[in-house]
Structures are given as structure tokens and as C-alpha cells.
Design a protein. Structure first.
Length: 99
């Protein structure tokens, strides 16, 4: 469910984009037909512009999530053995003879 969240956010942005475009276009056409005013046909370009503006940030966030996931996979460290962690390295000044 939570794997590959960036791609899921991008798909959600596409779905939302098309819903806004089709909803605004249908509303513009229906209002123009019902009122016989062509001013409502401006809903179509306005819905395309508002759909693009409202989903571009969501899509960019999804892309950002994907890129961060790729970077984190690239820089994952392999697990260190527990024995290596138990030994404490001695500092050079501790090995020096006392004067």
C-alpha cells in the first residue's frame, strides 16, 4: 500500500487533472446550451488552465518522492557485523609512552 507512493501520487494527479477538465468542459457546454450565452464557453479553457495549475504541484511532489526513493536506495549502507562494532579503536595518544 505504501510502496512506490510517488508513482501513485502522479497517477492521482493525472486522474484529478482529467476530472477537472471534463467537469469544467461539461459544465461550460451545459450552461452555454441552457442560457444561450456563449460566455459560458470560457469555462472550457479556464477548466484546462485550472486543472493544470492545481495538479502540477501534486505531480511534482510525486516525482520528488520517486527521486528521493531512488537516491535513498542508492546510498543504503550494508549492515555491519556486530563484532566490528564491539571493538573500540584505540586513539594514537593512548598508545604513546608516558614521559
Amino acid at each position: 500500500m505504501f510502496r512506490n507512493a510517488g508513482a501513485k501520487i502522479q497517477v492521482l494527479a493525472w486522474i484529478l487533472f482529467f476530472l477537472i477538465i471534463f467537469g469544467g468542459s461539461a459544465a461550460g457546454i451545459l450552461y452555454a446550451v441552457q442560457t444561450t450565452s456563449l460566455w459560458y464557453l470560457l469555462y472550457i479553457p479556464v477548466s484546462v488552465l485550472s486543472g493544470w495549475l492545481s495538479t502540477i504541484l501534486l505531480y511534482a511532489f510525486g516525482e520528488l518522492c520517486e527521486n528521493v526513493s531512488i537516491i535513498s536506495r542508492h546510498y543504503e549502507k550494508p549492515e555491519e557485523p556486530q563484532e566490528a562494532l564491539k571493538e573500540e579503536p584505540s586513539a594514537p595518544w593512548q598508545d604513546a609512552p608516558d614521559m
